[in-house]
Design a protein around this ligand. Structure first.
Ligand code: AMP
Length: 211
């Protein structure tokens, strides 16, 4: 399975990629997680990309491609979450796939209106211990969960200003990729306003149906 998850921030790409990865055994490659891990490590590279992340701007293409390529080469079944984010990254992905003689099975776009996305992002919390993502209202940790989540943290870029900027960047640069993949007949669109399990079912169904 090789799929790209497209969709604005807050549409649930991370949550869905986690679920599908667990169910299908495909590797979840999240460029946002790679960016946050690099920043957290305090490396020189991390320091140089922190401002882009915190503002909600895209990290330069060469840096992000360099960061994710080893993960792509490592696994033959994966879900890309957060990459590609613009046309030049989509072209770079095509070149990387050609190098390993692989093809994309599907590009799945999660669709949701901006006002719902803002609501979801502002209530989003991540468990520091497990990395799992929750929402204070819509998807809290179940009371009978055996997991010890440790403290919950809010992402630096989940501030109102950065949320607005990220949605702007999405509409300008990432949304046109729907046309890029529709032209190749591998685009599936899924209603991301549904419940979490319904969205997972729709994604899996659309991947199975894709040529
Ligand atoms: P995400 O967790 O996918 O929302 O990504 C968080 C931040 O990481 C983004 O706002 C960007 O600053 C950076 N980032 C993640 N993926 C990419 C990408 N493919 N291209 C450029 N920047 C990215």
């Amino acid at each position: 399975m090789r799929i790209v998850l497209l969709g604005p921030q807050g549409a649930g790409k991370g949550t869905q990629a986690q679920r599908i990865s667990r169910e299908k055994g495909a590797k979840h490659i999240s460029t946002g997680d790679l960016v946050r891990a690099e920043i957290k490590s305090g490396s020189e590279l991390g320091q140089s990309i922190k401002d882009y992340n915190d503002r909600g701007d895209l990290v330069p293409d060469e840096i992000i491609i360099e960061m994710m390529k080893p993960y792509l080469d490592e696994a033959d079944s994966w879900i890309l979450d957060g990459f590609p984010r613009n046309e030049s990254q989509a072209e770079a992905l095509d070149r990387m796939l050609a190098e390993i003689e692989a093809e994309l099975d599907a590009a799945v776009a999660l669709e949701a209106p901006d006002d719902l996305l803002v609501e979801r992002l502002s209530g989003r919390r991540t468990s520091e211990a497990t990395g799992n993502i929750y929402h204070v209202e819509y998807d809290p940790l179940p009371e009978d969960s055996e997991e010890d989540p440790g403290p919950f943290v809010q992402r630096e870029d989940d501030s109102e200003e950065s949320i607005r900027r990220r949605l702007e960047v999405y509409h300008e640069q990432t949304e046109p990729l729907k046309g890029y993949y529709a032209d190749r007949d591998i685009l599936a669109q899924v209603d991301a306003t549904q419940g979490i399990s319904e969205v997972t079912d729709d994604i899996l169904e659309s991947v199975e149906k894709s040529p």
